[in-house]
Ligand binder design. Structure first.
Ligand SMILES: [Zn+2]
Length: 468
């Protein structure tokens, strides 16, 4: 099967105002079958405003009927287009999308939405691409940018390459869950990594790109990366606060309108998002593997900058207190992993729990593995081994973990899953910190980086650098 997409951006008032999209596929479709789909809503982010949708083939216009499908993984809502007659030859899909206008007061991620800023648009395929209906179906994909309506010097860049590009046998999911950027793009590209932004940055772009490349090389070696480029796309948000959304081999980094962003802030976020290229554990149903995916990202994004000498132990202690310490101040930390999974998109306090819970658990597990194996094995051995499986589940984690650690991981794992108080391992994070019990004030804020302290306190911990 092939699926070709041609994107023609329109230009107005210093930005891309719309995308004219035409797709061609040779997928066979008979009368009554679904010929295409679109994600109407993904974790509360809607599909872009769409117009002039038309399906055609060798016989002309294809009449169709559309219907909403059942929710997938409880947060993907798709609309399916059914052909009312057999398709003759290639199916052609054409439509126009406008970038999403975020609602008043909106300040959120993930950055799946296609949003315009001065210079152009950036977003993921999820919110503007109609696609063949089976997410895991493989297809030969061809992406063509028609830049004829844009000013001179404009570009189109996708997670997997700049300009027109062909990728053989990739999944529909990969086509959707990847970043697309077009307009007046500034970029710095090194051998394995690229950095892209519109207009101006609040820090030096060249230095940003150099940091990305350094971090990427280090982590790629750690996780035994199998090769391929890595791209970081920058979004200038209309709301305060920085954040990022990771895709395989790329991520969209966003910073706030009036924020003072430093290279150090970028590094911190970058490290977290970059780890997402590797550790994976099934998260279906939501909550099953979030603690592992986000916990690993939090853990290694704290450890790696210290190991690379980018952060002092003092700075690292500060980061551990902020990341792991936030577990104890979160009023929702009594909920189990699966209870949290049901509430992620209703109550964002719940969304943050698996990050800190996973980080405390995994950092402690690393210390325990090192103790039990005389320092010959580590958590990283387990993480790398899990990467050999296509879609590992918690049982794989427990089995492989047990083989590597030489002890049963299940009791500790089950305690972590159940939620409630967690005791940090005093030898975690390379044994360079002292952990002291303390009282913390509960923080009711919905978004990371915000503070909304309650009068109530709870037991917690503080990390300080060990005196040698
Ligand atoms: Zn993450």
């Amino acid at each position: 099967m092939y699926f070709h997409v041609r994107i023609k951006p329109h230009w107005k008032e210093d930005t891309v105002s719309a995308l004219e999209i035409s797709c061609i596929t040779n997928r066979t479709v008979s009368a009554g079958e679904v010929m295409a789909a679109r994600i109407k809503e993904l974790v509360t982010v809607p599909f872009c405003p769409m117009d002039h949708l038309r399906f055609s083939d060798d016989l002309g216009e294809v009449p169709f009927e559309s219907r909403d499908g059942d929710p997938e993984m409880s947060f993907v809502f798709r609309e399916f287009y059914r052909a009312e007659r057999d398709i003759q030859g290639e199916l052609r899909i054409s439509y126009l999308v406008a970038p999403r206008i975020q609602p008043e007061g909106y300040r959120s991620s993930p950055y799946f939405d296609l949003v315009a800023e001065k210079g152009g648009v950036l977003g993921s395929g999820t919110t503007f691409l109609l696609h063949p209906p089976m997410m895991d179906e493989l297809t030969d994909y061809q992406l063509v940018w028609d830049l004829s309506a844009l000013p001179e010097g404009c570009q189109g860049v996708w997670t997997y390459g700049c300009g027109d590009i062909k990728k053989e046998q990739i999944s529909v999911q990969t086509i959707l869950f990847s970043a697309y950027m077009t307009g007046k793009i500034n970029s710095v590209e090194n051998d394995c990594a690229g950095f892209y932004w519109f207009d101006t940055l609040p820090f030096d772009g060249e230095r940003g790109a150099a940091e990305i490349t350094r971090l990427f090389r280090y982590m790629a070696e750690m996780f035994h990366d199998k090769g391929g480029d890595y791209r970081v796309f920058t979004r200038h948000n209309q709301f305060p606060g920085s954040g990022g959304t990771a895709f395989p081999r790329s991520y969209i980094y966003g910073y706030g309108l009036h924020d003072e962003v430093t290279l150090e802030d970028l590094q911190s976020l970058l490290a977290h998002e970059m780890v997402h290229n590797w550790p994976h554990l099934s998260d279906d149903p939501a909550g099953l593997g979030t603690w592992y995916v986000e916990g690993s990202a939090e853990y290694y994004s704290t450890l790696v900058p210290m190991e690379m000498g980018l952060w002092s132990p003092e700075k690292t202690a500060e980061v551990i207190n902020e990341k792991a310490g936030s577990y104890f101040s979160n009023p929702m930390n009594h909920l189990s992993n699966m209870e949290l999974g049901k509430l992620y998109w209703k109550d964002r306090r719940c969304q943050r729990v698996p990050y800190s819970r996973g980080m405390i658990y995994l950092s402690g597990l690393d210390a325990a593995i090192r103790r039990n194996t005389g320092g010959t094995r580590t958590l990283l051995d387990l993480e790398v081994k899990l990467l050999e499986l296509p879609n590992p589940v918690p049982e794989d984690f427990l089995r492989i973990g047990g083989e590597i650690a030489g002890f049963d991981l299940r009791p500790g794992y089950e305690k972590m899953c159940a939620g409630g108080m967690m005791e940090p391992d005093p030898e975690a994070f390379g044994g360079r910190f002292t952990v002291t019990p303390c009282r913390v004030r509960l923080d009711n804020s919905q978004h990371r980086g915000d503070e909304e302290f309650l009068d109530e306190t709870a037991p917690g911990y503080r990390w300080t650098v060990k005196e040698c």
